[in-house]
Unconditional design. Sequence first.
Length: 427
Amino acid sequence: MRYSYNKNKRKLNYMILIIMLLVVSIGYAILSSNLNILGSSEISAPTWDIHWENVSVKSGSVSATTPTIDTIKTTVNYSVTLTIPGEYYEFTVDAVNAGTIDGMVSVISNKLNGTEITTLPNYLEYKVSYEDGIDIAPNHLLAANTSEKYKVHVGYKKDISVSDIPEGAQTLNLSFSVTYVQSDSNAVIRSSFKNDSWETIVNNVKNNTIPSYYTVGSTKEVDMGTFETHTLRIANRSTPSECSITGFSQTACGFVLEFADIISIHNMNSTSTNVGGWPSSSMRLYVNTDIYNALPTELKNGIIDTTVVSGHAASTGETNFTSTNKLYFLSTHEVWEDVDGKKYDGIDYRDTAYNNTRQLDYYAGLNVTTSNYSGAIKQRNGSNYWWWLRSAYSYYAYAFYSVDNNGFWSYVSASNPLGVSPAFRIG
């Protein structure tokens, strides 16, 4: 029998109290702390510093005490109460190697109520992994001046039988610890989207051998020369049937990468006009020349032409536009699902191409809507910043849509300088 909310079923007033303890142990071979050379020269001692940083709770998690890192940064503590099936709590934390010595994973321990875990209760979801879902394993390298993002997920299973629901409140003490030691010849660089070369990534996508660890939301830095180093993330992997509809934009279909931050600041047009929409904008030329040419050759070799459908302005006789681009800006629907119910002012009304595309997997996974929009925030130099979309605002002949510094939609005159953060497809 499957669980339901029928009054005849067992009443769901049970609570699970989860107390999570993450511990990172640190060890390394004994090293000389002072190597003096006679004269006036001195060689600095190597440094060992692996610790936790940057806790971030996933949107959609139940309310709980915010995870805290202790003063020496080796332990993360949090507690959460889960009351009904389907509730979960998830956060990420960075294992940072701030020293000058390469480290590697040595020992991993995962315990429930003080005993090493072999099986979990039928009602419990629990896993500690890297952010992309790959298990932490011995000998994984954590090079000096790098970091790895760990993900902790604990949940009350949704699809369980009534017989699996606990009879009363369950207090579960979960602890995960990992010991890092100085790396040696056994150290291995784990395969990941972050670590794979652009050539490997492109070949995997082109050959339709995309690894499971290329998860939506995974990120990788890209050196863009004079534009400096920026972060790309996997924004989409799926190709639903609607992608085959005639006139449907291909911008949220297949393997899509988008910039997770702001590359530069630029106006959409030198004058305040949205006539001609995205295809006629000076921004489209800038993105597909200056920005595109700054990407590494190995990455450009994988970027394909994409059919881009974009909305039109208030100009008489204009209809939606179709163009072909290497790089393109996102549209309103690719970021938000419109749930505001505004018949004459919502993005599903003023963006005339709203129904010609779909929400990207990344934003759908964060449940980004017109009433829940913080997941759309992007930053420039560490601060929230406005960024452009390709959608013309159809009520006026001067404005394009944008994302403000809170992640909400707005429309701005085309001559204003806002953030540049395009997307593209590989395949």
